[in-house]
Design a protein around this ligand. Structure first.
Ligand SMILES: Cc1ncc(COP(=O)(O)O)c(C=O)c1O
Length: 472
C-alpha cells in the first residue's frame, strides 16, 4: 500500500463504524432479507484491474455486504450456539492481522508461542485442571477432535503411523455427539462403520452401560476400541454425559477418552458450575471453544491433553528448513497438528482475559445461565408450550404443544421477522426450537421481548392465520 495517510483515515473510520455497530446492532435485523445468489449478482463478475480507494470499498461494504450478513454478534442471535466477539477480541484480531506473525515455531514468533502457553495456562487454572495439561489452540473443535482421534490412534497402535490404518480400530460416540467426531473418523480413515453411536438416556446423555457392552462386544469380535468421545454440552440439547462413569470404562479397557466441551466447557469458569467438568481430569484430551462462549471472536478452539507426547508423535514431521537451534528447549506448536501456518490467536485470549478478568467473565457467564433459567420458567408457566430437554447450561429447547408443521412454521415466522434468530433440532421425532443465550450484550429484556414475539406468533398460527413465509 503506497499511501499510509489514506490507511490512517480509513482505520479511524473503520474504528468508528465498529463502535457504532456495537452500540446500535440491537436495532438491526438479525437475519438479512436476501435470496440466494442476490449478492453475487450485484457484484462484478471479475476482480478489478486497477486498485480502488479504501473509502469506496468501505462504502460498498456498508451498502451491499453488511446488509446481506446474518448478524452472529447480535444480542438477539439465539440460533445454534450464540457466540460473542467482544470489543477487546476485535482489537486483538486487528493487531494480529497487522503484525501477521506465523505461530508455527517458537523462532517464527517467540511471543506468539509463549503467549499461547501463558494464556492457556491461565485458562487451565480457571478450569481447575492440573499442570500436567498441555494446551494448544486450533481453529475449530472439528479440527481439534480430528487431532485428538489421531492421538488416540497413536495411543492404541503406533504402527498406524508408518503402516496405515489397522482394520477394526473403533470409535465410540453417542447418538448426540457432534458430527465432527464422525467426520474426523472418516477423514482419518477409520470409516463410518467403525463409529459406534451409543444410545442416550431420557435426558440425552450417553448410556455408560451400553457403552461398556459395545466395547465388550467389539473386543470379543477381535476389534480394538480406540477412542471414546464424551460430551459436556451436546449440540442438540447441551446434555452432559456421565464422564466419571465413562472414564472408569476408558481406564478399564485402556481406551483414549476425549471430552468435547466445545460449548459447555467455558461455563466451568463459574465456580458453582465447575461440577460439569467432574471426571475430566481423567480424560486424555478435552476441547473447549473460547469462540463459542468465552467472548473471543471466531476462530479459537483450545485442546488440552495430559499426553502431549502422544499428540506430538501423531502429528510431527519436521523438514530441514524448519529446524531451529532452539528446538530442544521450546514448544514448536506446528509439531502438534497438521497445520504449519498458525494465526496469532492467543492475542485475543490475552486481550479478553485481561480486559474482563476472571470475575468479569464469571459475571457474563452467570448472566447467560440466569437468563436461560428465566426463559425456562416462561416456557414452564405457559400452557401453550413445553420444555423438550433439561436446561443445564444456557440453551433452552422447547416446543409449541402442536404438531411438527406448526413448530416449523413458528420458527420460520420468528426468523423471518428479523427480530430474533432461533434454530431447531429433532428429538424423538419431534421438531424442537432451540433458544441459545450467550451474547455479551443480551439482556433480560431481549429474552422477554423475544418470548412475547414467540407467544404472539404461536397464537396467530393456532388461530389459523395463513403462513407469511415458506420453509424454515
Ligand atoms: C458440542 C460441539 N462440538 C463441536 C462443535 C464443532 O465446533 P467448531 O465449529 O469449532 O468446529 C460444535 C459446534 O457447534 C459443538 O456444538
Amino acid at each position: 500500500m503506497g499511501n499510509l495517510d489514506e490507511f490512517r483515515r480509513a482505520a479511524h473510520a473503520h474504528a468508528d463504524w465498529i463502535t457504532d455497530y456495537f452500540e446500535h446492532v440491537r436495532e438491526l435485523r438479525v437475519v438479512p432479507k436476501v435470496e440466494p445468489g442476490e449478492l453475487t449478482a450485484s457484484l462484478p463478475h471479475s476482480a478489478p484491474e486497477h486498485g480502488e480507494p479504501l473509502e469506496n470499498i468501505f462504502s460498498d461494504f456498508q451498502s451491499s455486504i453488511f446488509p446481506a450478513l446474518t448478524l452472529w454478534n447480535h444480542p438477539r442471535f439465539f440460533a445454534w450456539f450464540s457466540v460473542s466477539s467482544s470489543p477487546p477480541s476485535v482489537l486483538a484480531d486487528f493487531l494480529a492481522a497487522t503484525v501477521n506473525v506465523n505461530a508455527m515455531l517458537w523462532k517464527s514468533s517467540p511471543a506468539a508461542t509463549e503467549l499461547e502457553e501463558v494464556t492457556l495456562n491461565w485458562l487451565r487454572q480457571w478450569l481447575e485442571l492440573d499442570d500436567q495439561h498441555f494446551g494448544i489452540i486450533y481453529d475449530t473443535a472439528s479440527v481439534g477432535v480430528m487431532q485428538a482421534i489421531g492421538a488416540a490412534r497413536e495411543f492404541a497402535d503406533p504402527s498406524c503411523r508408518t503402516e496405515g490404518m489397522r482394520p477394526g480400530l473403533t470409535i465410540y460416540v453417542s447418538e448426540h455427539t457432534h458430527s465432527s467426531s464422525e467426520k474426523a473418523a472418516i477423514t482419518l480413515g477409520f470409516g463410518q462403520n467403525n463409529v459406534r453411536k451409543i444410545p442416550v438416556d431420557d435426558q440425552f446423555r450417553m448410556r455408560a452401560d451400553l457403552l461398556e457392552e459395545a466395547i465388550q462386544a467389539d473386543i470379543a469380535a477381535g476389534r480394538k476400541p480406540c477412542c471414546i468421545v464424551a460430551s459436556i454440552g451436546s449440540t442438540s440439547t447441551t446434555a452432559i454425559d456421565p464422564v466419571p462413569e465413562i472414564a472408569n470404562i476408558a481406564e478399564r479397557y485402556n481406551v483414549w477418552l476425549h471430552v468435547d466441551a466445545a460449548y459447555g466447557g467455558p461455563a466451568a469458569v463459574v465456580p458453582e458450575m465447575r461440577h460439569i467438568l467432574k471426571g475430566v481430569e481423567r480424560a486424555h484430551s478435552l476441547i473447549l471453544n473460547p469462540h463459542k462462549w468465552l467472548y473471543v471472536s471466531i476462530d479459537c478452539s483450545v485442546l488440552y491433553t495430559r499426553f502431549p507426547e502422544v499428540l506430538r508423535r501423531a502429528s510431527s514431521l519436521s523438514a530441514e528448513y524448519l529446524r531451529t537451534a532452539e528446538d530442544e528447549h521450546v514448544v514448536n506448536y506446528m509439531d502438534y497438528g497438521v497445520q504449519l501456518g498458525r494465526r496469532f490467536r492467543a492475542l485475543k485470549l490475552w486481550y479478553v482475559f485481561r480486559y474482563y478478568g476472571r470475575q468479569g467473565i464469571i459475571v457474563m457467564l452467570r448472566e447467560a445461565l440466569r437468563l436461560a433459567q428465566v426463559l425456562k420458567s416462561l416456557v414452564e408457566e405457559s400452557d401453550q408450550f413445553e420444555l423438550a430437554a433439561p436446561v443445564p447450561l444456557s440453551l433452552v429447547c422447547f416446543r409449541l404443544r402442536a404438531d411438527n408443521a406448526a413448530n416449523e412454521r413458528l420458527l420460520a415466522e420468528i426468523n423471518a421477522s428479523g427480530k430474533a434468530f432461533l434454530s431447531h433440532t429433532v428429538l424423538n421425532g419431534r421438531f424442537i426450537l432451540r433458544f441459545a443465550i450467550g451474547n455479551f450484550q443480551t439482556t433480560e429484556q431481549d429474552i422477554r421481548e423475544t418470548w412475547n414475539l414467540i407467544v404472539e406468533t404461536a397464537e396467530r398460527i393456532k388461530a389459523g392465520e395463513p403462513a407469511t413465509v415458506a420453509g424454515r
